[in-house]
Design a binder for this molecule. Structure first.
Ligand code: SAM
Length: 294
């Protein structure tokens, strides 16, 4: 099979299979071989690696990953693409196509079957040119799932990529930044112009590498409480953290909330978006102590 990452091959393949790009599934196919190589190169794959690809489309990244890794398991929701993938990847015997919704997949079960993960199975690599319409839910599904991946190399909208690694205080910093930073180290790698896709999307993209942390970035007594504090703090960005948290923790009055923030060393008139991960963790500890004294 010749290099798939060219506009004429993609168009020819689609026409021969009577397919149209489905906008509702975020189908924008990559047609630039250099970008394909840069994405796969950014994963630093070894010959004994297993790769899980989300949304293989016509198989352009799949093929490049299959040449570098031991095995690629590619999860594609669109069943119309399965026969196309069978054709484009016919020379790659180490690829398994799974016709499922990635949002519903237990990735550990997919990779290891019933083998016990705590038995020290090698962590896998997740690779994706993510469909725009579910970028955030997919990232959160992977991060919250506690799966045994070690690295994620993903192409996402540039605007979301900026949010993932944003420092506190700016407009890009939000609850997604905190959630991702809690679970993983984030590296913004490079921008990808919209011109290298068929059809051309309305925005530029970027490649981001997320390396799973051995343990979360901060120590919190209760993860659900931590994320409640974070979401509440960002819920009303123009309010002070005191007022924003007042809308989330309705059972507490202003004095109680002020005491909690002061105990955490946070000035109650600050805005939530200025707090670092460590500061959110400290606020969480004070809420926790307040709710469960002793
Ligand atoms: N990897 C290909 C490429 O780079 O050219 C295609 C990328 S395209 C942006 C996104 C792909 O994800 C499409 O093939 C689409 O059908 C698939 N997709 C969309 N939603 C999905 C889901 N929930 N689970 C699995 N695949 C999905």
């Amino acid at each position: 099979m010749p290099d798939l990452a060219t506009p004429s091959l993609v168009k020819g393949l689609m026409a021969r299979h009577h397919l149209h790009c489905r906008k509702s599934l975020g189908q924008n196919f990559l047609v630039d071989g250099n970008i394909v190589n840069k994405i796969v190169g950014s994963a630093g794959l070894a010959g004994d690696d297993t790769v899980v690809e989300i949304g293989p489309g016509l198989g352009v990244l799949t093929m490049a990953a299959a040449e570098a890794a031991e095995k690629v398991i590619a999860v594609e929701i669109d069943r119309n693409l399965v026969p196309v993938l069978g054709e484009t990847l016919s020379g790659n015997g180490n690829v398994e196509i799974v016709n499922r919704d990635a949002l519903e997949v237990d990735f550990d079960r997919l990779v290891y079957g019933d083998r016990n993960v705590s038995g020290g199975q090698k962590p896998y690599v997740i690779l994706a040119n993510l469909p725009y319409y579910i970028t955030t839910p997919l990232i959160m599904h992977i991060l919250n799932g506690g799966f045994n991946y070690r690295l994620m190399v993903i192409m996402i909208q540039q605007e979301v990529a900026r949010r993932l690694g944003a420092p506190p205080g700016g407009k890009d910093y939000g609850s997604l930044t905190v959630a991702v930073g809690y679970h993983a180290r984030v590296e913004y790698l490079f921008r990808v112009p919209r011109t290298v896709f068929i059809p051309r999307p309305e925005v530029d993209s970027a490649i981001v590498r997320l390396s799973k942390r051995d343990k979360p970035a901060v120590d919190v007594p209760d993860e659900d409480l931590f994320f409640r504090v974070v979401r509440g703090s960002f819920g009303q960005r123009r309010k002070t953290i005191l007022n924003a948290l007042g809308s989330t923790f309705k059972s507490l009055n202003r004095e109680e909330l002020t005491d909690i923030l002061n105990a955490a060393g946070i000035n109650p008139v600050r805005r939530g978006e200025t707090l670092s991960l460590d500061e959110f963790a400290e606020v969480t500890k004070q809420f926790y102590n307040y709710f469960s004294p002793g």
